[in-house]
Design a protein around this ligand. Structure first.
Ligand code: SF4
Length: 105
């Protein structure tokens, strides 16, 4: 009986320590994600054809948000009105640092 109690206590202590470790890791190792990347990805055609030179639409979205690409028209399948919407969104929506990127449709 004593062995079972010791095993249960050990499991409780181990669970508490692992939970504490995960809590600390979550607080200090958190990666800040720019929400604009997800938004622009959802605004692109999502064909993931790769003709823009990126592996998928999320790659071009990240390049647009970081300023690596400054023309939404890099995505050839994207319709003109959608390109305008993406450009307007990026030109008017600041990122986590408070600045907007300047892109053309
Ligand atoms: S060209 Fe457009 S549709 Fe094709 S992967 Fe690039 S962003 Fe997506």
């Amino acid at each position: 009986m004593e062995a079972i109690i010791i095993a249960v206590v050990m499991m409780l202590v181990l669970g508490a320590l692992l939970g504490l470790g995960l809590g600390i890791a979550d607080k200090y190792l958190q990666v800040e994600v720019d929400e604009r990347i997800e938004t622009v990805t959802s605004m692109l055609p999502n064909y993931n054809c790769g003709s823009c030179g990126y592996a998928g639409c999320s790659g071009l979205a990240e390049a647009l948000v970081t300023g690596e690409v400054s023309v939404v028209g890099t995505c050839r399948p994207c319709k003109a009105d959608q390109k305008e919407k993406i450009a307007e969104y990026l030109n008017t929506t600041p990122g986590p640092d408070g600045t907007c990127v300047k892109v053309k449709a």
